[in-house]
Design a protein around this ligand. Sequence first.
Ligand SMILES: [Zn+2]
Length: 487
Amino acid sequence: MRSQVQAPNNGRLRFQIMMVVVLLVSLLVGRMPAQAADNEGDPAVQEAFQQLQAGKRLKSERTYVTSEQPTVYLTFDDGPSKLTNQVLDILDREEVKATFFVLGEQAKAHPNELKRIVNDGHAIGNHTYNHVYKELYSDFQTFWNQVQRSEEVISNIVGIRPQLVRAPGGTATNFDANYYYLMEQAGYIIHDWNVDSGDSKRANVPVNEIWQTVKASPLDHEINILFHDGTGHESSVQVLPQVISYYKKLGYTFATLTEQVKPKQFAITKPKWSRNMSLKQFQALVDQTQQYAAAHPSPTELATKEEKRLAQQLGAEAEEKAKAKKEEEAEAARMLAKQAALPLQVHVLGGNTFAIEPSIYKLHANQIELPLRYLIEKMGGKVAWQADTMTASAHYGIYDMDYDLVNRSINLFTLGKQTASYSLADMNMQDNQIIVPLRKTIVSLGGRITNAVIDPDYREVSMALRPLHFFKENNTILTNSLFAMGS
Ligand SMILES: [Zn+2]
């Protein structure tokens, strides 16, 4: 796992997103292919190769955060060495954090210093393995091998794979567009500097010269200042307290470099090294570096990945829920539609059986409603409508019923004589039809509902009616029995 040491949040380092720098997206090659890359013959890679050969930087997409406070990033290259402990003592006393771009070779020789850097809360960067320019800049493969070799050493000692890399000697005249591109494909961030303390201009640069150089340097909002803690840099150690105090007085805060800090990078200038790279070699390196990035995601990438995974999971769950709900609703609608489309089977005991089409009747509050005329006619009676009084007269056997729509009542006549008056509250008018409840109406007419089935997929009503011929022959009995049943 690639990681960095970050300064603990001591309250002074409150970062706020002030500016988000989105660098040009590399449209050509994705940074982290999940599958093993095989770019041979990939036209996008060929296109990238052409542009890089022409000296064009193809930057990967990355977001940086600018510090709220003016900030100094002290950086120490070429260590760790015996001097490192002195540097760490000063940083400790001054309570400031710094970044150490270490050489693999030096880390191997000074593991305890490396451990202390990490334990003291400073950041580690990779400065290649041996710092030999000729090896590093003769071809990218060697540079890349050294970065990995150094990373293995660091990882074995402190368990950290630094994502930050500083090119020995800086990138100017050393890096070309290919170096930048391939390092970024591998997931690294290249840091040059914007203030050079001048402590490595030559051997044993005097303290005062370093001091004058620092004082004469521009004061940017973010200062990435280059020092060295390798062997022979006693002057750097000696000047350090003065430098820290100088920036403190100017109101600067000190922090470690992180993945979020926008790196200072020199513009590409013509390399002083003669290098040749064929398209085939480039394709192989793109494969290598992308595979490396996929195998060693940075903590940020891991976090982003995890966030994405969680978001996807949550999204999938929400989608699943919505889908289930939709299906439920659809099922309910289907049920309703199905129920609405169910015919009502009517059995008249001792008589006929017929079906009432779903368009004719309605199931309302568990009671069947249907047009009066339809019902009476099905039973063999007749209905006449008097518009002036809003009354329907139903004739059925010995009964005459006046359905009074205004008063919502039924006046029942037996053999022409009013024998009863019922209130039929549920009676109403729809599409010029008087709609009445089945059960109450049947009962009013001297019949009864003997059975009713209201199932999701079946509706049936059985009723006993007084047959019409029965009225004629047994008037008296019928009249009595009707009113005995009530409504
Ligand atoms: Zn160096």
